[in-house]
Write a protein that binds this ligand. Structure first.
Ligand code: FE2
Length: 178
């Protein structure tokens, strides 16, 4: 018989072990709430990173060079955010992502396994995903501020600025020539 924990039990694991929760003066309930807001953002970032790289690799058409380079630049900024956020969760005494399976359980950005996505559709899908992420990052900033954790809120503000930069570039590509 397998000794692996069932999925539901893994999901129910607390995101702060008792011994770690005392790292700061934030308190257990605040650390828990912040970790539970930030960890799904990290999972979303990994999901969006892979999707952006997927489009970077599978792109085709007359805009190839522009979009190929843009997607690579955007993927880099998304990936950079993951380590900063994960270490911030650890810094306040929480636990963070451990595996691809853990990412899968927390991600809200859907994977994209479709063949032959047209370039304009890639832009539309990435724009939609980035907009959703921006909304959730903004909500997480408010939560961090309400829990007395302005450093995590400040980190998220910088990351939100990067998300809004990606949204700007993607949005402008959906506009017709004037
Ligand atoms: Fe590349």
């Amino acid at each position: 018989m397998s000794t692996a924990e069932p999925r539901s039990a893994q999901s129910a694991k607390p995101s702060i072990p008792g011994a770690l929760a005392e790292v700061t003066d934030l308190g257990v309930s605040n650390v828990s709430a912040i970790a539970e807001a930030v960890n799904p953002l990290i999972a979303d970032a990994f999901a969006l990173y892979v999707k952006t790289k997927n489009f970077h690799w599978h792109l085709s058409g007359p805009r190839f060079r522009d979009y190929h380079l843009l997607f690579d630049e955007q993927a880099g900024s998304i990936l950079d955010s993951t380590d900063v956020l994960a270490e911030r969760v650890r810094k306040i005494g929480g636990t963070t992502l451990r595996s691809i399976d853990h990412i899968h359980r927390l991600q809200r950005i859907p994977d994209d396994n479709e063949d032959n996505v047209p370039a304009s559709e890639m832009i539309r899908r990435l724009l939609n995903d980035n907009r959703q992420i921006a909304e959730r990052q903004r909500a997480a900033i408010e939560l961090c501020d309400s829990r007395g954790d302005s450093p995590t809120g400040n980190i998220l503000q910088d990351i939100l600025d990067q998300t809004e930069r990606r949204i700007w570039f993607l949005f402008e590509l959906t506009q017709d020539d004037r």
